[in-house]
Write a protein that binds this ligand. Sequence first.
Ligand SMILES: C[S@@+](CC[C@H](N)C(=O)[O-])C[C@H]1O[C@@H](n2cnc3c(N)ncnc32)[C@H](O)[C@@H]1O
Length: 367
Amino acid sequence: MSVEMRGFLKLTVRAVSCIPRRLYSGGRPPAPLGGRILTNPDEIFQHNMWDHVQWTEEETEKARQKAEDNSKEKIPVEEQSKYDTEAHKYWDRFYEMHQRKFFKNRTWLYIEFPELFPPDAAGMCSPEQGPGSEVDSCSESGIREKQQPCGSSTLTSDMDTFPGQHAAFRILEVGCGAGNSVFPIISTIGGSKVFLYCCDFSSRAIELIQEHPDYDPAVCHAFVRDICDTTSPFPFPPESLDIILVVFVLSAIHPARRAQDVVKGLAGLLKPGGIMLFRDYGRYDLSQLRFKKGQCLSENFYTRQDGTCVYFFTKDEVHHLFSNAGLEEIQNLEDRRLQVNRGKKVVMHRVWMQSKYRKPYLIPASV
Ligand SMILES: C[S@@+](CC[C@H](N)C(=O)[O-])C[C@H]1O[C@@H](n2cnc3c(N)ncnc32)[C@H](O)[C@@H]1O
């Protein structure tokens, strides 16, 4: 191992010493965010990924400088608007080229987001447990809270019928792509009273979902929808959703011009007590630092060679985005990992954001 690598690892290993004790158990993965902690630098190449890696000031500064460097040359303003107005075309081309093969199935979904399938989802809304009845659940803070999972018959809506109207628990995934979360969810909710909606503004992505052999309209409704369009109705009433899954999609949307309105619009679809589950790229992730000069649209917002865009969030930005939409924080974490290429003996820092925000039962008057 090189001297430089040893120094880097010493810093990294020392920096994880403040991880809560329960995360040292060695078992994998105690949610949230895994429990494989690197405590001995000599073991670095024994796994492909190490969890809860904290950065030293030196590492942060180096990353900041790299990002500053690759953002120096911005794409001229007159060329920028096409990445916004034609975004769906770039993503259509992406799915035409990669089909279903680019993203991996989100196998961590139910580990990190157990809210997707509450313990009683299989048998909710029995006649005895009608609308308004409450089910105890345990929040991450350990405080017992009341949830109201049986929402279908409490809906007040102008819609006579809509897909999933008889479901007791409704999930929407926005920016679902070719279904890397959709199909793990479908395989779990069969036979339960959970219904999944999923949308994307790429019609090609939605075709790929609808053509998939596991697509089942009895439990899922996939539709084309631009979530930046905050005026057209959704195929279900407002305040009818228990969960909205927002996974690697807000980063594709202009951070300053659009993201806040998108989150506010989505918040209107949640029932009181409903939860938004978010996972996306974090500031100074490897994929940000790899951008070359000339691909930057604005601070921490870039376009890739294929015309798709990506923003890199901080914890504070995520917090403001969701709390400005009237939602309450349940979780807002930075997921910092060390990704190891064991063949090439290379280590890379990954940073993702993972957050959960709940719509309160009473919305503050100021929102
Ligand atoms: C990085 S991919 C993630 C796909 C999927 N969520 C996953 O995790 O595999 C981003 C997705 O967001 C979709 N997307 C981007 N902007 C959107 C918008 N304004 N409305 C709807 N979908 C959008 C893209 O078409 C693409 O499928």
